[in-house]
Design a protein around this ligand. Structure first.
Ligand code: SGN
Ligand code: CA
Length: 530
């Protein structure tokens, strides 16, 4: 920590220390996050794709948010926003590329300084180690599904096994062996799954490879109702997925069919993970993916583009959802541990993702856009005695709000420069004390993989207005009530002229409120292009 940050933390704690001194039983906090976990793939939201009985327990015993969203739909920026309570243009981690600026103050640092025992297991993806964490084991970068390596306080290590099981073992071991019963704790439990490329555990791929999933109505979207940004994005299942890495087609099958790999690392991605498996794991894999390949080899010559799109969608869902089956099982293990050890009552559990994800809607995978499937994120909160079981909130809450919420829950006053709102009134069932009408969004990483153009925008319950401002200058407006699938940009429709005027004014006000500006837009473009 540099001297300035340290000083700020001390001053801040001197002011807030009396609050927690009064608070005898400060709650433990378990922050659970999966990477790229779409709300469409949690049965508490919708059970058309998968059953997630363990994650659903959190909805049954707590609150489910139907309108939770992120402020920048990509991994590391979202994580930095969660930790700092600030928009990405303020904490500076606007994309996945530059390392996180560790002079930012994060909520775990504040909890640690206030006497919490802190630990983090799983994926952080910051390019540097977490601050304010007593013990951590994090995956380097994106990490691996099989035999993953870990960076720890005491050096690097590799653990044989399946990543989702291992992260849970680490969390449970820590609770069991090193938790200090004299202190409240913060446990950051951060899954790699279901991030691309989707490599499930044997017990799940054996089952899921035989499943067929319903297709989203917009699988064959032609993007005609929208702007250039949607048409030029490179995240279409048919055109932009890798054959080896994503669909798990063997390179020799591709060769014999004359299919080139979509992106040059696709084959490497498959081979790298297969090489990390033990001999027995590889054998099991080939027993299941071998016949799938043989079947594809036979059918491919007869398949139209439409057939291929359908095939790729099924292949995608089989692996993506199978990795979620392991997340759900492991969340169940952790919840059981809390039950068996008397920790359920005094522990707040948050379950969320670093953003949403496209599961074939608009023909897409990946995220990044302000459009709903990537903009919205799952959010479930269980807090016995405070949150009424089985409740739902439809309010527009944002990952920007988590830091303040958790600090207040711990009896602390959040630093004044955090930009979110505490969710405590909503959690306590006092929605009348919540008055947010709109949220602000800003995505930066471009030009880059998936080619989603830079844009910022405002989202209200009724409308979504976005400005794509780099290498094009286009505005899009969606009527969320009439057009929930966001298929028709009505920005130029005269019937919406008044709405456009009002929203543009509100958006300008939000940019001022959150201290974003054209000058900053330009600064981040210049930094990126350096
Ligand atoms: C990798 C993925 C992309 C993904 C980014 C960011 N490709 O580059 O599909 O958008 O990560 O993901 S992969 O073939 O290497 O998996 S994020 O979750 O870290 O933001
Ligand atoms: Ca992610």
């Amino acid at each position: 920590m540099n001297i300035k940050t340290e000083l700020l933390l001390c001053i801040y704690l001197a002011f807030s220390v009396h609050v927690f001194a009064q608070n005898q039983q400060r709650p433990n906090i378990i922050f659970m996050m999966a990477d790229d976990h779409a709300y469409q793939a949690i049965s508490a939201y919708s059970d058309h794709l998968i059953q997630t009985p363990n994650i659903d327990r959190l909805a049954k015993e707590g609150m489910l948010f139907t309108n939770a969203c992120v402020s920048n739909s990509i991994c590391a920026p979202s994580r930095a926003t969660i930790l700092t309570g600030k928009h990405t243009h303020i904490h500076g981690k606007v994309d996945n590329i530059f390392p996180f600026d560790t002079t930012n103050v994060t909520f775990p640092q504040i909890l640690q300084a206030a006497g919490y025992q802190t630990a983090m297991f799983g994926k952080l993806h910051f390019g540097n180690n977490p601050k304010g964490i007593d013990e951590f084991m994090i995956l380097p970068g994106q990490g691996y599904y099989y035999s993953p390596g870990f960076i720890t306080n005491k050096g690097d290590t590799t653990i044989e096994g399946y990543v989702t099981d291992i992260i849970t073992d680490l969390a449970i071991d820590w609770l069991d062996e090193r938790r200090d019963p004299e202190k409240p704790f913060l446990l950051m439990y951060l899954h790699k799954a279901p991030h691309r490329e989707w490599f499930p555990a044997e017990r799940h791929y054996r089952e899921y490879i035989h499943k067929t999933f319903p297709e989203p109505p917009t699988l064959f979207d032609d993007y005609q109702g929208r702007g250039a940004a949607a048409r030029q994005a490179e995240m279409n299942l048919l055109m932009h997925m890798n054959w080896a890495g994503d669909s798990k087609i063997y390179p020799e099958v591709m060769d014999s069919l004359g299919i080139p790999e979509t992106l040059d690392w696709g084959v490497r991605a498959l081979e790298e993970t297969l090489t990390r498996m033990t001999e027995a794991q590889r054998q099991a894999w080939n027993e299941v993916y071998g016949p799938m390949n043989a079947d594809f080899l036979k059918r491919y010559p007869e398949m139209s583009d439409k057939d291929l799109m359908r095939w790729r969608y099924q292949r995608y869902m089989q692996d993506y959802l199978a990795t979620i089956a392991a997340v759900d099982e492991n969340v169940g293990r952790l919840l059981d541990y809390l039950d068996e050890n008397g920790l359920t009552e005094n522990t707040i559990i948050v379950y969320t993702s670093d953003q949403g994800f496209y599961l074939g809607e608009h023909g897409w995978f990946d995220k990044r856009f302000i459009y709903d499937e990537s903009f919205k994120t799952p959010l479930l909160v269980r807090w016995p005695g405070v949150v009424q079981p089985g409740t739902r909130s439809t309010q527009m809450v944002q990952n920007l709000d988590f830091a303040q919420t958790l600090l207040e829950a711990a009896g602390l006053t959040p630093p004044a420069d955090m930009q979110g709102e505490s969710l405590l009134p909503l959690l306590k069932g006092q929605a009348d004390k919540w008055d947010r009408e709109a949220v602000y969004y800003h995505y930066y990483e471009y030009p880059a993989i998936h080619m989603v153009k830079r844009h910022y925008g405002i989202v209200t319950e009724d409308y979504k207005l976005a400005h794509f401002y780099y290498d094009i200058d286009e505005w899009e407006l969606y009527d969320r009530k009439k057009d929930p699938q966001e298929l028709k940009n009505v920005y130029h429709d005269p019937a919406y002229a008044e709405v456009v005027k009002k929203l543009r004014r509100q958006l300008a006000e939000l940019r001022v409120k959150y201290k974003d500006s054209e000058q900053l837009d330009r600064k981040y473009i210049e930094l990126y292009n350096k």
